[in-house]
Design a protein around this ligand. Sequence first.
Ligand code: ZN
Ligand code: ZN
Length: 422
Amino acid sequence: MSIKLKVLGGGLEVGRSGFLIDSGDKVILDYGIKLTPKGTEYPLLPNGKIDAAIISHAHLDHSGQLPHLFKDSRFLSYMTSPTLEIAKILWHDSLHIAGMEGIDASFSKQEIIRTERFTFAVNYKKDINITDNIKLQFSDAGHILGSAIVKLTVGDKILVYTGDFKEEETRLHSGADLSKIKKCDYLIIESTYGDRDHPPRKELEKRFVEDIQDVLDRGGIALISAFAVGRSQEIADILYEYRLDTDIYFDGMCQEAAITYIKNPNFLRKPKFLKKALERLIWVKNLKMRKAALKKPCVIITTSGMLQGGPVQFYLRELYNDKNSKLFLTGYQVKDTPGRILLDSGKINIDGIMVEPKIGYEKYDFSAHAGRKELLSIINRLDPEKVILVHGDSEVIEKFGKDLEEDGFETYNPNIGEEIIL
Ligand SMILES: [Zn+2]
Ligand SMILES: [Zn+2]
């Protein structure tokens, strides 16, 4: 049986992940979007009739465009139940934003309802026959709530798609569980950090909280920009452990995501601790509360994580000239996002003008992705016949691919639209 992989998106880039596995049966692995300052970029449309879609986790770069496929199709999609819960929040939010900006959304409420109706929730470590010839099994990916590593058994071949994963334990998750995956024939692996390792988590957390304390001590506001799903909750968890003696505001879509986290304790490492951490925060409900937060030194955890939208923009407009305050970026900054532009050029767009802000800023590497050592370790353990590198900046993927070739792995770095015969 020949198996073809077509890259619909997420080749030599971070964003709009989408892959088509065609073995006669056609299966989609992830179908996300990419948010850029110029607008939203979508994955290619798959040709022909789809038999199934699998979503590794809820982040929009993996799930964001799935409802579009349900305009007139009737196949089933598979994901964990927390993934569906969070994705639904994000899909509705995408519609809401499109409405506010007067942009045509690529799907409507109707398609979200259809997507939900045709979605089958799958638990970790359970085999599911998704077509006559293809079996699916999820393992915990340790990335965000409900995130999964995908194992497909296609005839006598095993294909593993990592989605986004982290094997190292974090505050909220126990790390990817690869106990049910011993070896595979083909490995499609994220390469976000193919060029570097992350600093030790515990030291990073301590330095982060000390830095926040310094900001408070000099009378400033610690503005923490964090991803709505995962990172915001993790930051709350850290601040609770250190018992910072100040008001901590929690603003944006991180609130809805947090409720989903609390509702799914079985998918968390220490659910009780996280619940207490979230209860200790001041949940911002309206503009009045937002303005009140700016009146005295405090901590604000808010979205979006790459400064592309969300309440962080309101706070930045008020604080960008305050040298006592500091902006904390807490995750990966995709190319061309305002967060990345700030780090690279020292400038930020305030009301349409690029300015050099007086507010301090710094990126803390709280990554939920595998670092280079972890990536190499999993590739060596699964010992695949072919490695396909995806979900990384082109320079990172090309360098990482060369290193793997030198180690004797047949490695591919496909671009969007490319097809590989496995
Ligand atoms: Zn992700
Ligand atoms: Zn991703």
